[in-house]
Design a protein. Structure first.
Length: 492
């Protein structure tokens, strides 16, 4: 396998995992079982389980004949159902434990094991992510030599992030208005035990993130993986090292460069097992999801995927060609290992070490630009997520009202999604937080998020790939703008 290019290895792993998972879900994706008699609680005659890729049922019969049901139905067709096993675990921990031990199908059992194995690969990437961000940002800033160069690069990067996010939202709104997925039929949902919603207005969320950029204890931020705090402190450390200059800069520069070289070597070693990690992650996703759960949301998925496709395959390549002056196809091929990993892992932060490596070693972007743009992009630039949020909110509005949202409300959606995509970047489950903010801004019920949770995982994989692709394209733009002698022709 070593003679095969890495991106082909990753693609092969992804396809093998998907095929194996679908075969498992089709052949051993269903199972009926019951709790052993010696495990039955007092006063209970029987506990029966039914597991399939799109529905889980737990039926408890008491001694007096009373029957209780717990249903996990991601499609939301079953009233008073749970949207996910995690919701069941939070509301009914004992039922969840019984199901995990006695009720899982073979497909779910293999899928859960594959998730653990794929998680080892993600843990290794996460292990190097924080120290790699610190060393790459500090060395990137120190490589600018003058603080005014940093200011120009920062302003250019921020302008690119805002412009592409705004374009992404406009594409999402255009597609959802053309296709109108919420007008092709009605979905009803009555989920119980949903994840806790994070309420609050946009100003509070933005202020919270501003506070997060000023860590009380930088070492605690490093240990806990608070990316906004880590990035802001690393930038400040590099800037003030430049301002102090002299002996401190002479000592710190080679120190951080040496640390970065060691971390990049570790990253390359981890990347060698990327195909296996991708295989296990795809096996988990397909073995436990199946196809049935997606049918009721087909129009919604089509709209999101169409918008993501237009942005990733038309708008961003045009930016790379006309502004970055690079061939989009060759640049995409150079970035393919990072893009495929982002798709399979659904985590841009976990993919960051691989993205940094691909940008510098395969795409020929300077370390100075890549180490500055990519850590910022992984935290605050979310084109794919912005598309997803815009489409989802208008779709929910169409379902709720029975007609399309007025233009004024769609403008509110556009600007709220733009601000929220930057302001909530450091929060875990940022998509959930952003959705709450945008739904509140146009007066839609936040509990209607449950409608789209069934397909969130597969769409999360797609939008993460677009997020990482946008970050990488930004590197070509900033590299071009920072260059002192600009070529007149497109680079190979």
């Amino acid at each position: 396998m070593t003679s095969i290019p890495l991106h082909w290895q990753i693609l092969a792993g992804m396809l093998l995992g998907a095929i194996a998972g679908l075969m498992l879900s089709a052949s051993v994706g269903q199972r009926r079982s019951s709790l052993p008699e010696d495990r039955l609680p007092a006063g209970v005659r029987a506990v029966e389980f039914f597991d399939s890729t799109n529905r889980i049922e737990i039926r408890q019969v008491a001694q007096d004949g009373t029957v209780r049901h717990w249903v996990v139905d991601p499609s939301g067709r079953q009233p008073h159902s749970f949207a996910s096993l995690e919701s069941l675990r939070q509301a009914e921990p004992q039922r969840f434990q019984d199901f995990q031990r006695y009720g899982r199908s073979w497909a779910r059992w293999v899928g859960d094991g594959s998730r653990r194995l794929g998680g080892l690969f993600l843990r290794m990437l996460q292990m190097v992510a924080v120290p790699l961000i610190v060393t790459s940002l500090v060395t990137g800033v120190l490589g600018l030599d003058r603080a005014e160069q940093l200011g120009r690069m920062f302003l250019g990067t921020l302008a690119y992030f805002i412009a592409t996010t705004l374009l992404a939202i406009l594409v999402g709104l255009l597609m959802v208005n053309l296709i109108r997925p919420g007008m092709h039929g009605s979905q009803q949902t009555a989920f119980e035990g949903e994840a806790t919603m994070i309420a609050g207005n946009l100003a509070e969320i933005l202020l919270t993130q501003l506070e997060a950029m000023i860590p009380i204890n930088p070492f605690a931020a490093l240990a806990e993986g608070h990316f906004l705090s880590i990035i802001s402190f690393s930038l400040l450390f590099g800037i003030f090292t430049l301002l102090v200059g002299g002996r401190p800069a002479e000592v710190l520069r080679p120190l951080f460069e040496a640390a970065l070289a060691v971390l990049m070597s570790m990253t390359m070693a981890i990347i060698r097992i990327c195909p296996a990690g991708v295989l296990f992650l795809m096996l988990y996703a397909t073995a436990t999801q199946g196809w049935e759960v997606f049918r009721s949301l087909a129009w919604y998925m089509t709209t999101v995927l169409a918008a993501l496709g237009v942005h990733a395959l038309v708008i961003l390549p045009m930016i790379v060609w006309f502004i970055g002056r690079k061939h989009p196809g060759r640049f995409a091929r150079a970035m393919s290992p990072a893009l495929l990993t982002a798709f399979s892992s659904a985590s841009s932060n976990s993919t960051l070490p691989l993205t940094l490596s691909n940008v510098q070693q395969r795409a020929g972007i300077s370390h100075r630009v890549g180490s500055f743009v990519l850590p910022l992009g992984a935290t605050i630039n979310m084109d794919g997520t912005a598309i997803y949020q815009a489409v989802a909110v208008v779709y929910i509005g169409q379902l709720h009202h029975g007609f399309n949202l007025p233009l004024a409300q769609q403008i509110i959606v556009m600007f709220t999604a733009l601000l929220a995509s930057i302001g909530t970047a450091g929060i875990p489950h940022a998509g959930l937080v952003m959705m709450v903010i945008i739904l509140q801004s146009v007066g839609l019920p936040i509990e209607m998020q449950g409608i789209i949770l069934a397909v969130d995982r597969v769409l999360d994989m797609c939008r993460t790939g677009v997020n990482v692709w946008s970050d990488a394209c930004g590197c070509t733009v900033i590299e071009r703008l920072q260059s002192t002698s600009l070529p007149s022709t497109v680079q190979p």
